[in-house]
Design a binder for this molecule. Sequence first.
Ligand SMILES: C[S@@+](CC[C@H](N)C(=O)[O-])C[C@H]1O[C@@H](n2cnc3c(N)ncnc32)[C@H](O)[C@@H]1O
Length: 209
Amino acid sequence: MQTETKDHWEKIYETKVETEFSWFQEYPQTSIDFINLFNLSKDAKIIDIGGGDSHLVDALIELGYTNIYVLDISAKAIQRAKDRLGHHAQRVNWIVADITEFTPDVSFDFWHDRAAFHFLTTEEQISRYLTTVSKAIQPSGYLVLGTFSENGPKKCSGLEIKQYSAASMSHLFEQDFKRVKCIEENHATPFNTLQNFVFCSFQKRDKPL
Ligand SMILES: C[S@@+](CC[C@H](N)C(=O)[O-])C[C@H]1O[C@@H](n2cnc3c(N)ncnc32)[C@H](O)[C@@H]1O
């Protein structure tokens, strides 16, 4: 695990409350809209990558999903999400791991990543993510990625990020995934600023291109 990256995130989650995070959302409406597009069964295996202490897991539980996984590099972030959920936390599979070193032992029907993938800035990190996501999603399963767009910020949480457009994101994943839908949206931060995101959804091909 990259110690520097982990230390950065542990410190963030030890020292700030959620409304001090630019990425904070009371309700992750865009992510839920994508999930609703795909008519997943309630027992679909769903993973949120770099979930942090996002409220997506709360929304998924509320919608009745029963096979939820949340992965984050920060143990503190995961602990915060568990504390918020109280006894509901037992219904979730929690994973503390660096996504570039994650080797899942289950196949997922739905993989969600909002504002985690864009922190991978080297070719090696991106290529590891691609290999993992391609192995981890079932044929016909879905992937939803949200990153800062080319009109968005160049940094997040003080770290350099990689911006994407719908075209560059689709190109990166096209060998194993066909594009379903891409949108751009402005996220309103708790400090009344706007961050332009691009979200794309993809479906895993039965065979690589
Ligand atoms: C900007 S926050 C977004 C949190 C959440 N997805 C949301 O939308 O509210 C980025 C998250 O990615 C996690 N993260 C960053 N690099 C990671 C990595 N290499 N592996 C796993 N998680 C990572 C951080 O700990 C943090 O929780």
